[in-house]
Design a protein around this ligand. Structure first.
Ligand code: ARG
Ligand code: ZN
Length: 883
């Protein structure tokens, strides 16, 4: 799972948060150039002699000509920064090969051969964390997308599936646990060394290979599948972490059960291992039978993890488990098809989480992530279709577009098909393509055939980038409501002209008097404009549209404010109710920032928002989890997204002013809510989670309206906290305020949790995302803190990704925030290119920022572009951002 997925701070900000040195101008790889590989590799044998600084890898590949591909006299074995100490063909040393860059190109005379290659690698010096690397004295791998070629020479492409048998040996004291894909078939000892042999019966591409060796302990359990097969489950962690693994184990068992029930998918090995690793470029990785996880998505207990962390663990465990079918049993033909597995698997994990908790709240959270991470991507220089047409470095395409918009696109198919028929489509897909390396087209065709739906025009969602804009106009004629809809798909890099796409919109028309509607309808807008008529309305109804966020579009409705107030108070679709509240606030803030409001209009706007918010605060029928969603203000990024060019400083000022006004006008209601919530004792049930959520939200409003009172309340919440959610929430609020409690509690928090890396990450992130006026100086000081290091991606993200996502710091008027991110990218690029490149997109938004800041952002991109040696990752992102 990609790292950029969890909302961190309830104030509406979203924490966002993945190689080798390369000369300038790496080649562009194009989707249309795909050709099948001329060879099949039915069998792969690997022998690892493990050592932290030196690991010897011997491989033996059986290769046979691929009858379905053009005949070639050679075979290309990819390598990346490795050298072969020996190459043999059919048991004989050979020199019948050439090096093409880092790849070996071997001449093979016959139709079937055995290739044996020996390499020696140094895991301890692998700071890129791709391939085989050392983390805290253990050895582990990350191969997706192109890490396997850093271990040994191989056709490192997802359409070459092979059966792996792996022998690993090493010092028993250093590596007591030896894990690989599949099943362990033999073990033994030789003096101080021991070895294990593993066999994975399922043919797989090299990116799904994994190996782990280290001093680990397991939480062990089992799951009995729908056909009565007993599967051993292990969650492997370092000694002291065992007591924080139960939630991960429970989540795994729930995932396995859910996939059987929701998609009919049964697990297919007798063993399923999860390993937690603290140095990891992304969220987690679905290697066959051996998922490797960032510790952040495994370890959780109430003292160290927030409610959000618990949910994220459940979601990512589900995501990686679901890949066993959507990703592993059916993999991708080439990396352009990445959304085939990622978009579908994100949808599957979203549906899983919806079923495990509150479905409407989960839906709103997912839309919020889409809007803050994907919409800006889709409207900027890095915009690309969910199935890209070209790339230079595939790691740069593990994006919110491929993952989250990819999920939305499949969700639309589900909405149009209906749940039951959609299941017939996915059944057909799994059945038809099991064991294959498939394409997005294969998926769409299966849904089309299984469901009985014509998706010809719908395929445009795979090829066109950009977030469609839908215009809405409702009028009233006689007893008819007339709905006029229009769509445009904006221009994106390389795609000046767009065609209309099918946009499924759920709509309902509310009768003003009764406050009710007579049923939701699905309207599919598939032309540039269309008109729909609804009979039986004596007076003009109130329109609720894109209910449930049925399509990933922006809706421009010129709707009177009182109708938004109406919907915010009574829409029976929770998402639509949230949307009305957001629209009300966004509309006001955009106008306020644009300077078009008279004093009277400003007052009127704030009054309406306050009244709508009052209804939310006091609605006894709302549960607190949902109430919390409705209370969250639109993020600064989302507000900026509504304007062609924006001034971050002005948005910040207006947003804080509105927050302060709501805090003071609704102080009585908010504090009553706080007092009620405070009485609910800690548990992981929805009611208690909701209580914690609204408590911290009340504090954020109070911080804007009455900082002294907020500081007092937050300090007391901090002191009395018996869980991380309350403690972190209180500390977040304090961190944004001046005063002695800020210093005291930050110090207390650090001392209390020093040594727990994941909690220390929170400590860095809180300070980097704070609203404190000194945030830039704080981040500079934290970069010098003894616990800060560029070698651990979680730590880098906790300080700098939090900072880059904090408009108040990143967009400091003097450009210091941009310079800091520029410096970071240059310093990090040689160490961890994947992670460094992830910091380019924030600077790449320059075109949408007011000219003064835009020039300074551009200046940083140019400075990076001029660096003498840049990774392929960073080079590609910087040139696209400037282009
Ligand atoms: N496939 C992994 C997932 O479950 C993520 C791998 C990310 N790889 C990368 N090169 N960024 O989403
Ligand atoms: Zn994934």
């Amino acid at each position: 799972m990609d790292i950029a997925r969890t909302p961190s701070n309830p104030d509406g900000n979203i924490e966002m948060a993945d190689a080798a040195m390369q000369p300038h101008d790496p080649p562009e790889i194009r989707r249309e150039d795909y050709r099948p590989f001329p060879w099949l590799v039915p069998d792969t044998r690997l022998d690892f002699e493990l050592g932290l600084d030196s690991t010897r890898v011997r491989s033996r590949l059986t290769v046979v000509r691929n009858a379905k591909a053009d005949k070639s006299p050679t075979i290309r074995l990819n390598g990346d920064g490795i050298t072969a100490t020996r190459v043999k063909v059919d048991g004989e040393p050979t020199s019948a090969f050439t090096m093409d860059g880092d790849d070996i190109v071997l001449t093979l005379p016959g139709d079937a051969h055995e290739i044996a290659i020996e390499t020696e690698i140094d895991p301890a010096s692998n700071s890129q964390l791709m391939g085989l690397y050392a983390s805290n004295g253990m050895l582990c791998t990350q191969c997706e997308s192109e890490g396997f070629r850093r271990i040994t020479f191989f056709p490192d492409r997802p359409d070459v599936l092979s059966t792996y048998t792996v022998r690993m040996s090493g010092p028993k004291a250093q590596f007591p646990i030896l894990l690989c894909n599949g099943n362990r078939v033999a073990t033994g000892e030789e003096g101080a060394d021991h070895w294990a042999e593993w066999h994975d019966p399922w043919p797989k591409p090299s990116y799904l290979f994994a190996l782990v060796a280290g001093d680990l302990v397991a939480n062990t359990d089992s799951f009995t599948t729908m056909n009565g097969r007993k599967v051993e489950l292990n969650v492997w962690v370092r000694e002291g972490d065992l007591e924080r693994t139960q939630h991960a184990m429970d989540s795994l068992k729930r995932s396995m059960k859910w996939d059987e029930e929701a998609f009919g998918r049964e697990y297919d090995l007798d063993l399923f291992n999860i390993v937690a690793v603290s140095d990891f470029n992304m969220g987690a990785m679905e290697n066959k039978g051996l998922n490797v996880f960032n510790t952040k998505y495994v370890l959780a207990d109430p003292d160290t993890a927030t409610d959000g962390d618990f949910d994220a663990v459940e979601g990512v465990i589900g995501h990686e488990y679901f890949h066993n079918w959507s990703g592993n049993r059916i993999t991708c033909r080439d990396w352009f098809q990445l959304s085939l597995k990622e978009g579908f698997t994100v949808l599957r994990d979203q549906l899983f989480s919806q079923d495990m908790g509150s479905a409407p709240v989960k839906r709103i959270e997912d839309v919020r992530i889409l809007r803050s991470a994907q919409f800006p991507e889709d409207s900027g220089p890095l915009a690309h279709p969910i199935r890209p047409d070209s790339y230079r470095e595939i790691s740069n395409f593990y994006t919110a577009t491929v993952y989250n918009k990819g999920a939305e696109v499949i969700r639309m198919m589900r909405t149009m098909a209906g749940e039951e028929r959609f299941r017939q489509g996915t059944d057909l897909y799994f059945d038809r393509h099991d064991g294959e390396a498939a394409t997005c087209e294969d998926f769409v065709k299966s849904i089309e055939d299984g469901v009985g739906l014509d998706l010809t025009q719908f395929r445009l969602w795979y090829s066109q980038a950009g977030t469609p804009k839908v215009t809405v106009d409702l009028s009233h004629e006689g007893d008819e409501a007339v709905l006029k809809l229009g769509q445009t798909v904006p221009e994106t890099p390389g795609q000046p002209l767009k065609q209309p796409m099918p946009i499924p919109l759920k709509v309902a028309l509310f009768d003003r008097a009764s406050g009710k509607h007579s049923g939701e309808q699905l309207v599919v807008l598939d032309k540039a404009s269309a008109e729909y008529r609804f009979q039986g309305f004596a007076e003009k109804p109130v329109l609720s549209i894109n209910r449930g966020f049925s399509a990933p579009v922006t809706v421009e409705r010129s709707i009177p404010r009182e109708e938004l107030v109406f919907l915010a108070a009574r829409d029976d679709d929770p998402f639509a109710r949230y949307e009305a509240m957001q629209d009300l606030m966004v509309g006001h803030l955009v106008a306020a920032v644009g300077g078009t409001l008279s004093d009277d209009e400003r007052r009127g706007g704030r009054e309406d928002i306050a009244e709508a918010m009052r209804a939310i605060l006091t609605d006894a029928k709302l549960d607190d989890l949902m109430r919390g969603e409705l209370m969250i203000m639109p993020s600064q990024t989302y507000i900026a997204e509504q304007m062609d060019v924006s001034d971050p400083g002005r948005i910040h000022t207006e947003r804080e002013a509105l927050k302060a006004e709501l805090g003071s006008r609704l102080s009585a209601e908010m504090h009553a809510l706080y007092d009620r919530a405070e009485k609910i004792p800690f548990s992981l049930e929805a009611e208690a989670k909701g209580a914690r959520k609204v408590k911290t939200l009340v504090l954020t409003y109070a911080a804007a309206s009455d900082p002294a009172k907020a500081a007092e309340l937050a300090a007391s919440q901090y002191e009395r906290a018996d869980n991380m959610t309350d403690r972190q929430g209180a500390l977040m609020v304090l961190t944004g305020l001046e005063g002695v409690e800020r210093t005291n509690k930050l110090l207390d928090f650090y001392n209390r949790y020093r040594g727990n890396a994941l909690v220390v990450d929170k400590w860095f992130a809180l300070q980097a995302s704070s609203l404190h006026p000194g945030v830039v100086e704080h981040v500079k000081a934290l970069a010098e803190h003894p616990d800060f290091t560029l070698r651990n991606p979680n730590r880098v993200r906790s300080l700098y990704m939090a900072f880059a996502a904090n408009p108040h710091g990143f967009h400091a008027p003097d450009g210091e925030g941009y310079r800091m991110i520029g410096d970071l990218i240059l310093a990090l690029d040689p160490i961890n290119a994947q992670t460094a490149a992830r910091f380019v997109p924030p600077l790449g938004r320059w075109r949408r920022i007011e000219p003064g800041r835009a020039a300074m952002m551009r200046e940083q991109l140019e400075r990076i572009a001029e660096a003498p040696k840049l990774s392929r990752d960073t080079f590609e992102q910087v040139t696209r951002s400037l282009g």
